[in-house]
Design a protein around this ligand. Structure first.
Ligand SMILES: *[C@@H]1O[C@H](CO)[C@@H](O)[C@H](O)[C@H]1NC(C)=O
Ligand SMILES: *[C@@H]1O[C@H](CO)[C@@H](O)[C@H](O)[C@H]1NC(C)=O
Ligand SMILES: *[C@@H]1O[C@H](CO)[C@@H](O)[C@H](O)[C@H]1NC(C)=O
Length: 296
């Protein structure tokens, strides 16, 4: 009798060990709880899934994305099954065979707001809806404010890097950033980290020199010719383009409202000034939105 219960205990232990073993793959999917997209742009829901393959290889997968509890078919491997509201606007950015179920939704509109869930149908295995983990999509009408920063101190002859950080929702359609560092030279900046999903940085490196006396956003060393004038350009590549600008001194005084601002007679005491580009953003925008560009 004791021997019997020992064997039973052994089997119980084995079952417990097998069920907690890290190699036991279950039906599970990982995706963010929420993503935010910009109206008119695209959004990507990063997603990976797993299934109990138990050493077997499966090659026929049908991936389905639903919106709202099975209300709309957002994506289907058989594209004819996609709901009209999503037809032509959705695709998988990865490969189901590689356990990637990431979904891209283009031409976002506010009606796309809601919970999204993924379902997999694996031929010769089973079907499974990963309803426990869903992603809620939020659609914003106006973009986030980009931030521009530059090293505080500049010395003539030493390269200086300015950085513009722009948040976005669509890695395949990144915001375009143009640097305009004097009245004439502008350059389209390549993103530093395009694979990063949410924040992309663009940098501009320039070397302030005595001869080019108009590129400094802040002059803190007397090695830059004193009493020269400095022309600062405020530029933003927003769409629609900015239609007015404001320049402020560090104490909040309004200095000007043109695209460029000339600082006469720069001295070592010249303080940081900031510029604001204003446009009317988005078709549905109620009023002017501000893009604050801080040029230290
Ligand atoms: C839900 O996501 C978590 C991690 O975000 C994961 O550990 C869990 O297995 C997932 N559950 C299902 C049922 O997919
Ligand atoms: C999985 O779904 C497909 C399509 O709806 C169906 O034909 C198939 O029988 C399902 N498989 C199982 C195991 O339920
Ligand atoms: C700048 O102007 C001030 C006042 O006119 C003068 O005292 C100073 O010498 C000038 N500096 C240079 C470098 O010319």
């Amino acid at each position: 009798k004791q021997k019997k219960s020992l064997i039973l205990n052994f089997f119980l232990l084995l079952v417990i060990l097998l069920s907690v073993s890290p190699t036991a793959v279950e039906w599970s999917a990982e995706m963010p709880k929420s993503v935010v997209g910009l109206s008119g742009s695209c959004v990507v829901i990063p997603c990976t899934f797993s299934y109990p393959a138990k050493g077997k290889t499966y090659t026929e997968f049908t991936g389905i994305w639903y919106k709202g509890y099975y209300e709309f078919i957002v994506y289907h491997t058989d594209t004819s099954k996609i709901s009209d509201t999503f037809k032509g606007r959705t695709s998988l950015t990865g490969d189901l065979l590689q356990n990637d179920c990431s979904l891209k939704i283009s031409s976002l509109s506010s009606s796309d707001t809601g919970p999204f869930l993924f379902r997999i149908e694996i031929k010769d295995l089973d079907n499974f809806s990963y309803g426990q983990n869903q992603t809620s999509v939020t659609v914003k009408e106006t973009p986030e404010i980009p931030t521009v920063s530059v090293e505080e101190e500049m010395t003539s002859g030493k390269p200086v890097t300015a950085t513009c950080a722009v948040s976005h929702s669509c890695p395949s359609d990144l915001p375009r950033v143009t640097w305009n560092y004097d009245g004439t030279h502008s350059s389209l900046s390549q993103p530093q980290n395009p694979s990063q999903l949410k924040l992309t940085s663009y940098t501009l490196t320039f070397t302030p020199s005595r001869e080019d006396h108009n590129k400094h956003l802040m002059v803190s060393k007397p090695s830059v010719k004193e009493n020269d004038s400095v022309e600062l350009t405020c530029s933003s590549d927003s769409n629609p383009p900015a239609n007015s600008y404001q320049w402020f001194s560090s104490n909040g005084m309004l200095l000007g409202n043109k695209h460029t601002h000339k600082l006469e007679r720069v001295s070592r005491h010249t303080r940081a000034i900031s510029c604001t580009a204003i446009n009317t953003l988005g078709k549905k925008s109620s009023g002017p939105q501000k893009i604050n560009v801080l040029c230290k």
